[in-house]
Design a binder for this molecule. Sequence first.
Ligand code: AMP
Ligand code: ZN
Length: 463
Amino acid sequence: MKLAPVRFYNTFGRTKEELRPAPDGAVRIYSCGPTVYRYVHVGNLRTFMLPDLLCRSLEYLGYATEQVMNVTDVGHLTDDTFDRGEDKMLVSARLENKSTGEIADHYTAAFLDDIRKVNIRPASHYPHATEYIAEMLDLIEKLIAKGHAYEIDGTVYYDIATFPAYGRLSRNSTDKLIAGARGEPDPRKRHPGDFTLWKAAGGHRLQVWPSPWGEGFPGWHIECSAMSMSILGERFDIHTGGADNVFPHHEAEIAQSEAVTGHQVVSIWMHGGLLMLSGARMAKSAGNFFRITELEEQGFDPLAFRYLALQAKYRAPLNFSTDGLAGADRALRQLRERIAGWSAHPGEDIAKVSEEWESRFRAAIADDLDLPAAMALVAELSRSSVTPPTKARLLTSWDRVLGLDLRRPAPEGSLPAGAAELLAAREKARAAKDFARSDQLREELGALGVTVFDTAGGQRIKK
Ligand code: AMP
Ligand code: ZN
């Protein structure tokens, strides 16, 4: 059977392109995953949701998928733009007084728990960088043999001048790369923009491996070349990451993988827009971030975050606020309540009507994963005069892509619709010492059957 064509925006070339998987093969997808030195925040989750939405949409349209997401447990330095600083894993191990293995295990488990909360289905494979050191060494040796890399005192650099396409993905010129690399600590590099493939151990005693150039550890970029090609082969369909991965991470990956193989490896590069908080990128280092568990503790359904993310185009930056999340939470609960009502409602399921709506939904997801359009269709269908059983059946089917648990009954003891929003507003009012507003919000919550009282540790509720 001929599958419907699907188009995705390719960062490389900045145009929408038709997906052309190998005939009868699965669509092969590689995604940059977490560096497991701390908990992931909802900004990271937004980026990890992209391959999940891709796989769900492709499967809905009849394609098979195979998805790899790597787990970085070595080599990601604190300054990844200039490839310097300390290894993030070692910093956490020192601060938490644990081994790097313990750090990796703890945060990998937490990552898997967090993605489950927002219905991100697990990838087919989760390779750990430390399990692919031999493959990385093999690629680095090939790069040296082909004249693309050189060694200085046990550290191996990629010679970017030998790869004329370097800078094409990110549209960086060599001049800009030079300007960007100011303050570079190793003046012996041939070009200030040359990046590290293998780093000499130096003072490191942990997380070091023997190599032809002495003890050391891999650079972050070579990890993804090694893991992607080892598992998916030398040509695969889609590579995803966050917008901040375009440069230097993915630019370097192209230079490595294509220089070794002599051909294009990735067909389509897809990048998720960043999640912003009060105008700045949500980031652990800046301290402006939320974990999904924190939002859950505030009374939000974790899937409200998924709902919020679905309403924005995946490529666009998205501003996060608890007010916005509260709106999504309320809308999601209402939608579930309505669907429960529709499925209980008698009426006729009309196949012909349903086909038209179905083809509009499929067209939306096949057009560069247009989930905002799909969500608009959900709203339009809800308001329409379509019979209740048809509405319920269509929305239940679309939920295979949306992943919002639309058929989940309201849990025993859950907050009534709108309560989370009022609680968040009251928390803000209290923080701003606006007690008149906080009292008014207490009354509104009371009207919903939620009693709120204040303790030294913040507001608490009784239903
Ligand atoms: P890291 O664990 O720092 O390597 O980040 C994991 C992934 O999360 C990377 O692919 C980043 O692009 C992505 N990421 C980091 N911060 C944000 C953010 N504020 N919004 C969206 N994605 C992000
Ligand atoms: Zn990567």
